[in-house]
Write a protein that binds this ligand. Structure first.
Ligand code: GDP
Ligand code: MG
Length: 332
């Protein structure tokens, strides 16, 4: 049976999600994962993307259908009838485009306009042939004779309930800067509150989501943390597209890393012009750091807000992301 349905836009942001089964899947991760995989895969295997419309996990399969810039993803059991699921996915995606296609171009990141579409998704599954797809399995231990008649599961109104109370904003944020400046550490600190002194360079791109609330609004920041290797430059270019903001990170004890920010900025601006750029001097806890004015001066030159953080102590890390979210919401 179908565990969940996720509508993902071209940036990998989850526009809508509907949960029917019991397994928990992070819709943000699915989105980011797919966006990254599909961009790489279409480069690697041009014209054969058909074969890549499915990712098999141990017990589940993630299958998806694309249309224009949208992907509709379903997480199903391995043994489920894929044909039926695909029929349903196509129906849903067509309905969505009929209803909202023209608005997507001007979409500001709020999921508000799509409120109510969840019910249309349910309606598709309540059609006669597709009903079985969302009716939960009867647990194996119960014998059929004694089992109470199972009502179809009432889908959980997750996103919709949230929407009634608040707005949800989603932003794609790029993290760039030389290797070893602490990009991955800043993200780990804010998402897991962990810090490690072991250095594992990021290969390609890491994808992480941070979710928090500002006033009554929910904000999801999708971080795209890029490895510095030059041989990944062509792939990075693809993934920069459609970001809402970029954070240029340097190491306060390494003047070279500050100088190189301009190279990173140019690389981004060459392929895409994000709404906002931030400059972050990291490792503020270390002795021997350069005077703050240097970073500040560069930030001023490029008209970007400036922060000094320590991924080790956590100093200023939360403040950085709150400010970014607030500024992005304001700019909307
Ligand atoms: P990235 O290549 O930019 O992603 O850098 P990493 O996040 O992998 O960090 C590189 C190294 O710097 C690791 O050994 C981290 O432990 C260390 N590091 C990162 N941030 C800080 C910080 O704020 N203070 C200190 N003292 N070390 C840090
Ligand atoms: Mg890294």
């Amino acid at each position: 049976m179908i565990q969940g349905i996720y509508l993902i836009d071209h940036r990998g942001v989850c526009i809508l999600h509907r949960k029917y089964g019991s397994i928990n899947i992070d819709e943000n991760l699915i989105g980011g994962f797919l966006a990254a995989i599909l961009k790489f895969s279409s480069k690697l295997i041009q014209g054969e993307e058909e074969d890549l419309r499915e990712i098999a996990l141990r017990n589940y399969r993630i299958i998806y259908e694309s249309s224009d810039n949208l992907k509709l993803v379903a997480v199903i059991h391995r043994e489920d009838d894929e044909g039926l699921v695909r029929d349903a996915l196509r129906k849903i995606i067509n309905l969505f485009i009929e209803s909202f296609g023209s608005q997507l171009q001007y979409w500001n990141g709020s999921v508000q306009p799509f409120a109510g579409f969840e019910e249309k998704i349910d309606d598709v599954f309540l059609e006669k042939d597709l009903r079985d797809l969302i009716i939960p399995e009867i647990p194996e231990a119960t014998s059929k004779a004694t089992a109470p008649i199972q009502e179809p599961a009432k889908p959980v109104l997750s996103l919709k309930q949230i929407l009634r109370r608040s707005k949800t904003f989603m932003f794609k944020i790029l993290l760039v800067g030389d290797s070893n400046v602490g990009k991955t550490s800043i993200i780990r600190k804010t998402t897991e509150n962990k810090f490690s002194t072991e250095y594992t360079p990021t290969v390609g791109c890491d994808f992480t989501v941070k979710q928090f609330e500002i006033g009554r609004n929910k904000v999801r920041l999708h971080f795209w943390d890029f490895g510095g290797a030059t041989n990944f430059a062509h792939m990075r270019k693809e993934l920069y597209i459609d970001a809402d903001a970029a954070i240029l990170v340097f190491d306060l004890t390494n003047p070279e890393s500050l100088k190189n920010l301009e190279i990173w900025r140019k690389e981004i601006l060459n392929s895409f012009n994000p709404l906002m750029i931030f400059v972050v001097g990291n490792k503020a806890d270390l002795e021997g750091k350069m005077p703050g004015e240097e970073g500040q001066k560069y930030a001023k030159e490029i008209n970007a807000p400036y922060f000094e953080t320590s991924a080790k102590t956590g100093a200023n890390v939360e403040e950085l992301f709150k400010s970014i979210a607030e500024l992005l919401i304001k700019k909307g």
